[in-house]
Ligand binder design. Structure first.
Ligand code: HEC
Length: 133
């Protein structure tokens, strides 16, 4: 009986905790994005920025933001921005894609990468098709 109660409590608390964790990850990711990325990347299409806007970037074909003047390397890469590709990019963008005009950012910390991914996920509101991890 006691076990059943604890289980029931865990079931009720479970999803609420997951939501709280997600919110914390998103707000940590936003703070990290603000400090590491936002000076070059606007997140909404109404603001021009040096780099391409990153709203809806997860699942987007690389180099496909309309009217942005990409490097040939990025435009011709043929990759899709999956979470795995974004991690590799944050870790070593110019090693991952020689010839890109984005200056090197070296975010090697997996946790920081995850937080930024959570934030990018929160500003991806459109379904960009099948995404593999
Ligand atoms: C110094 C400016 C600068 C900083 C800082 C910067 N970027 Fe970029 N980013 C760029 C530029 C410029 C491009 C276009 C690169 C090209 O065309 O080769 C780009 C391209 C990208 C792309 C490809 C988007 C697309 O439409 O294909 C992603 C994803 C990206 N950046 C993510 C990030 C993230 C995440 C951070 C922070 C960790 C970051 N960038 C920090 C300038 C920057």
């Amino acid at each position: 009986m006691k076990t059943a109660l604890i289980l029931a409590a865990a079931l009720i608390a479970g999803p609420a905790c997951a939501d709280t964790f997600d919110e914390i990850k998103i707000s940590a990711g936003k703070a990290l994005f603000d400090s590491e990325c936002r000076r070059c990347h606007s997140v909404d299409a109404d603001h021009a920025s040096y780099g391409p806007p990153l709203e809806n970037v997860i699942g987007r074909a690389a180099g496909s933001y309309p009217d942005y003047d990409y490097s040939i390397a990025l435009e011709a890469s043929g990759i899709v921005w999956t979470p795995a590709a974004l991690r590799a990019w944050m870790e070593d963008n110019d090693g991952f894609m020689p010839g890109t005009k984005m200056r090197h950012v070296g975010i090697e910390d997996r946790t920081v990468q995850e937080f930024i991914l959570s934030y990018l996920g929160s500003i991806t509101t459109q379904d960009n098709g099948a995404i593999s991890d």
